[in-house]
Design a protein around this ligand. Sequence first.
Ligand code: HEC
Length: 352
Amino acid sequence: MILGLTVFALFVLAALWLVLQPLRAGAPADPDAPERERLTAEQGRLYGELANLTDEARRPDLERRAALTLRSLDALPPAPPSRERSGRTRTLALTGLTVAALVTVAGAVTLVPRWQLASLGAGEAQDVRDVLALPGLRKRAEASGHKAAYLAWGRAAFDSARYAQAVLAYGNALRLDPRQPEALRRLGILLLTRPDQQGQNAQDPTPEEAQQAFRLIQAAAQLAPQEPESQLLLGFALARFGQDADALTALERYRTLDPKGRDADELITAIRARQNEDDPGLKVYAANCASCHGPNGQGGLGPNLRVSTLSREALRSVTVNGKGAMPAYPNLKPEELNALLDVLERWQREGQ
Ligand code: HEC
């Protein structure tokens, strides 16, 4: 009992600290917030219209407007840490607190009445339920030996950050059937990143383990290329192996498949910054062209530039004067324009 109370007290202190942390730091103001909000809303509206388009004749115009919006969004300075993040910290703290309270007060809880969860938000309640459901899900999986039961256990464990259990559950599901994208990619990312398990510091995987983990993630992306999480985790894995260009392609695909998904934003920004430092032409490209022609020139709303057959002079002319829906860029400095044309010519040589 005393141990229980001590643990509970520690949970409370940790939770309070987490809750108060963002308040103490004080949220920095974001001068671009209204513009960002307006553009995001506009982008959401255009994506929505595109998704439900019945009149194909309107597609080019909508796509052009979506691209311009995306470009303006990319041009805004990065937002300071948002309230959403401190909201998430609070959610975590609240979840920890609730779990501690429920477990300590009720002793061996097996069933949580719905009313106890009623005051939590949907996501928080789900987290709490996931954690409490784990023993039952585990028992059911081990008793039935069915892959669906192992998947359900793995999903609940993964979503509530019980990673050691998630590895066990997904590993068993894969022994029963190796063609399961969710289990493949999540097991892969867990093996690759080894998130802090039960407070022990993460240990880096050996090169062989990392390669194996990478293969799991690649297999999942081949099995289910249309699932956003396939592309997201593939992007993370590629970036970890230094394959920045391919990582960006996968992460951009993730954003196309899940326009509301924000999980790739930080990594995309980091990779772009890394690339720009190395290559002034890419810097100009990322700032002006990537929103339409894709991060690696492989096309998007604008055509694939890697298969373009234009000469350097023709490339220069289209860039400076524009063409059709392609805007003109008359104000690039000569050295910027030359570095940009170097990039475009390199891509033409590399091809697809
Ligand atoms: C708003 C979207 C958009 C942006 C931003 C944009 N483009 Fe384009 N680009 C297009 C479209 C659409 C076309 C096709 C135009 C046509 O053929 O009518 C195009 C065509 C081109 C072509 C011709 C390719 C060919 O083989 O015919 C080149 C080269 C090109 N763009 C380079 C660039 C560069 C360099 C930048 C940045 C400085 C850039 N674009 C920015 C939309 C865009």
